[in-house]
Design a binder for this molecule. Structure first.
Ligand SMILES: *Cc1c(COP(=O)(O)O)cnc(C)c1O
Length: 428
């Protein structure tokens, strides 16, 4: 990671790095018997000796747990780590990344509200936007690689501007800083899905995002063995100016209102709660986040450059390549260029045959895993939306998405090479 890698708050002898903080957070939080991990709290309910204490927790007068749908101590420990990673002021965890995004939308929007979102959205998020429209919100999708397109789409009823840092699968980089400045000037809530870069490459708080979403399923857990999502409040947004905060949540400092409503409506009422077991696995995975991301990004840059030079390959999409349209911004904002790339084979080459020939690389959806995964995009994750929408999102029929893992790079290059040679001899 280069010197712009975000660092956490200062320790007694100077700023402590992310990895040190992740490794020691549980212990320093105080765990019985000196255990180095926060225990997996499986209780559904939490009891109190005094009825008054139970009432106080219910009324938000003191902190504590009552019923585990709204959280448990294992999840709380993870929420504190995500808050640290994003340099935020609070986090709510959910069962999945989609649950986190849905919770933001359904708890903070009302009928008649308008959302401006990037046209290059994760497929399931794009589908969620259609659901929002079907229940009386309106959504305008724009090319968010240029802030002017976002600004032009604004209406008096616009409540949320939603973008992803690096789009999946075509890797367009949103105009993150300019959109942040524009939202701050107009008092708009700026929500950034940071899944594709993750907090050790980029912190959306640095460009004025009010809320940050992360799918914890991806690089933060990294081992492909747990689902989770998180919404972090960066403290950048003035909730006292947001019209949709219910009277019940306009209590105490305005800085806490938004996330409180997301927890109450999005978690308590909608119920997509992260289990303690998953929170524990995500926490363990996160301990090596910086090391894994560093290695995966290194591998991705090497693989992308190598693919770009191959005669069988027509186009490679990766923000780390000088040929990428937003390469200069990516270089400016991100500590490294991410672990996801996509590429198109030359016309006439057998995409399915190429994929079948891969031996180390797994044919799978998912991304941010320690293992390298590849998927043909058009017939799978972008199939349901149809050919017109795919064309609109610049998804070629032969696009292959690769989530680069932490294998030894020579093994990855050798695997791609033998598969490319195999597919060239079976031209369709
Ligand atoms: C995977 C992903 C999500 C959804 O996360 P899940 O944990 O799979 O629900 C949201 N946004 C982006 C950018 C993703 O890659």
């Amino acid at each position: 990671m280069n010197s712009s890698t975000p660092r956490g708050p200062r320790g007694p002898r100077g700023p402590r790095g992310i990895t040190t903080q992740l490794l020691h957070a549980d212990r320093l939080g105080g765990v019985e018997h000196g255990a180095t991990h926060k225990p997996i709290h499986v209780a559904s309910a939490f009891g109190y000796d005094k009825a008054a204490d139970l009432v106080a927790v219910f009324q938000g007068e003191r902190s504590g747990h009552v019923y585990a749908r709204q959280g448990n101590p294992t999840t709380t420990a993870l929420e504190q780590k995500i808050t640290m990673l994003e340099a935020g002021c609070g986090t709510v965890c959910f069962a999945t990344g989609m649950a986190a995004i849905a919770a933001v939308m359904f708890s903070l929007l009302r009928q008649g509200d308008h959302v401006v979102a990037s046209r290059f959205l994760f497929g399931n998020t794009a589908s969620l936007m259609q659901t929002l429209e079907s229940i009386g919100c309106s959504v305008t999708l724009v090319d968010a690689t240029d802030m002017a397109n976002v600004e032009r789409a604004l209406r008096p009823t616009t409540r949320i501007v939603f973008v992803e840092t690096i789009a999946n699968p075509r890797t367009q980089v949103a105009d993150l800083a300019a959109i942040g400045t524009m939202c701050a000037t107009r008092g708009l809530l700026y929500v950034v899905d940071n899944t594709m870069s993750g907090p050790c490459l980029f912190r959306p708080a640095s460009v004025g995002a009010g809320l940050v979403v992360n799918s914890l399923t991806k690089s933060i857990s990294g081992h492909g063995n747990a689902l989770g999502g998180a919404v972090t409040d960066t403290g950048c947004f003035d909730w006292s100016a947001y019209p949709n905060i219910l009277p019940a949540y306009r209590k105490g400092a305005a800085a806490t209102w938004g996330l409180l409503q997301v927890r109450k409506k999005g978690l308590r009422d909608m119920g997509a709660t992260l289990t303690a077991d998953s929170a524990h696995r995500i926490s363990s995975g996160a301990e090596t986040l910086v090391l894994r991301v560093e290695r995966a990004c290194e591998n991705a840059l090497l693989l992308a450059s190598w693919l770009e030079d191959r005669p069988e390959v027509a186009r490679v999409h990766y923000p780390g390549l000088p040929s990428h349209a937003q390469h200069a911004n990516a270089r400016k904002w991100f500590a490294a260029f991410g672990a996801l790339l996509s590429f198109e084979l030359r016309d006439g080459l057998d995409m399915m045959g190429f994929l079948d020939a891969l031996q180390v690389v797994i044919k799978s959806s998912h991304l941010g895993d320690n293992r390298t995964l590849a998927i043909p995009v058009a017939p799978t994750i972008f199939w349901e939306m149809g050919a017109d929408k795919r064309a609109d999102m610049d998804i070629a029929d032969t696009l292959i998405r690769v989530s680069v893992g932490i294998e030894d790079i020579d093994d990855l290059l050798a695997d791609f090479e033998q598969a490319l040679l195999a597919c060239c001899s079976t031209v369709v």
